[in-house]
Ligand binder design. Structure first.
Ligand code: SOE
Length: 392
């Protein structure tokens, strides 16, 4: 594993837990965790359950006992590490967004395609695809339960930046993170909409805005620790991303990603309105899915709340008795399960780097549109995108 911040901790937990709840085709060993600072990475190894700590990821790639590299470091590092790992014959799991730019994502996708020809696979970590309610939503749409999709509403709302004196972090630095709310959480909204609808976004019209231009720097600018200093850092990313998107079959979507939605902690809200029904989801109530069946008898129609905790629901037979919900961390274990199962079967795990690249193209189209005062902008490659719906 490369990186030991928020995502490093979440993925580590999944590597520890998945083998105990799922029948995996192999018994993964948590060998080495890599970080730049020796003392901190050693502490992380102990806390997160890794056998060894290392400060140079290149050394790890040369080892025969390493079969997979899990990249949880800031976006700017993804391209170099992922390509080197694939070329060294290691499978790769890479956190989203795939990269900081479309060019980087293209290079990573090309490397992944070369590696796949030799049975070495790469996957991008859009973990919310493995929230059982989201997986269920996708199958309801695929079964035609909402009919023809006409409109989508997608919001990813957080509020951890509301305090204007909150510290700078790498997530506010374009050189490290690529973009702000757009790539950090908007990427999830884009992937979830495309995954559930089975359609790509083909064109967008967007606006981006930075709300707080400067923040106090911590004595250490990357990571969780550090004390505030009097020095101030410039926020170089968007704080709010708003855009309209057209899906391949003509449905219209509104998208919002912000970390300034006071009171909303981690609300990925999705609503799909179709000719025969509708689906609604909110990550703050992640064990529930709302479904409205417009074909039911008039006067008795209404959104029904499905508690997605039955053993027959996706992934749920591995966990607790009916009604005993799961949390933020569980989809990461589902991700480990699917990843290892597909690799063992010699099948490309989803989402592939090529799907990560397509999301990156949507992000870029929003940026291009915003720079042109919201001019409608095609998502690169979207002519063929209509024919290539996201894979299951
Ligand atoms: C990881 O999947 C992630 O996107 C984080 O990078 C975000 O910051 C988080 O809030 C949602 O999950």
């Amino acid at each position: 594993m490369i990186g030991h911040g928020f995502m490093g901790a979440a993925h580590s937990q999944a590597w520890r837990v998945a083998p105990r709840f799922f029948d995996l085709p192999c018994d993964p060993r948590m060998s080495v965790i890599v970080g730049r600072d020796r003392a901190r990475v050693e502490l992380a190894a102990q806390r997160l359950g890794w056998a060894e700590a290392e400060t140079d990821w290149r050394k790890v790639l040369g080892r025969d006992d390493i079969g997979m590299v899990d990249i949880c470091s800031p976006g700017a590092s993804h391209v170099e590490i992922a390509i080197a790992a694939l070329e060294a014959g290691k499978h790769v799991l890479c956190e989203k967004p795939l990269a900081n730019t479309v060019e980087e994502a293209e290079a990573m996708t090309a490397a992944a395609e070369r590696a796949a020809a030799h049975g070495v696979f790469a996957m991008v970590g859009f973990s919310y695809r493995r929230v059982p309610a989201i997986t269920l939503a996708r199958s309801l749409v695929a079964q035609g339960r909402i009919g023809q999709l006409r409109q989508v509403r997608a919001q990813y709302l957080q509020d951890w930046l509301v305090d204007a004196e909150g510290p700078m972090t790498w997530r506010l630095d374009k050189d490290l993170a690529g973009s702000g709310s757009l790539g950090d959480i908007g990427a999830h909204a884009i992937d979830a909409v495309q995954f559930i609808s089975g359609q790509h976004i083909t064109s967008v019209s967007g606006t981006l805005q930075t709300l707080v231009a400067e923040r106090p720097r911590l004595s250490e600018s990357i990571g969780l620790g550090g004390t505030a200093s009097s020095e101030r850092g410039r926020v170089t990313v968007d704080d709010v991303a708003l855009f309209t998107g057209r899906l391949a079959d003509g449905a219209l979507g509104s998208f919002e990603a912000t970390r300034y939605a006071t009171g909303r902690k981690n609300a990925l809200r999705l609503e799909f309105s179709g000719s025969d029904g509708a689906i609604a989801f909110d990550l703050e109530r992640m064990n529930e899915l709302e479904f409205y069946d417009h074909t039911e008898q008039a006067g008795l129609q209404g959104f029904r709340r499905i508690l997605v905790t039955e053993p027959g629901h996706p992934y749920m037979s591995a966990w607790w008795p009916t009604g005993h919900g799961i949390g933020y961390e569980h989809p990461f274990s589902h991700q480990v399960y699917d990843l290892l199962t597909d690799i063992a079967a010699g099948v490309q795990p989803q989402p592939s780097f090529s799907e990560g690249l397509q999301v990156q193209r949507v992000l870029e189209a929003v940026q291009v549109s915003a720079a042109a005062r919201s001019a409608w902008t095609d998502v690169a490659g979207s002519a063929s995108a209509a024919a290539e719906a996201p894979a299951t």
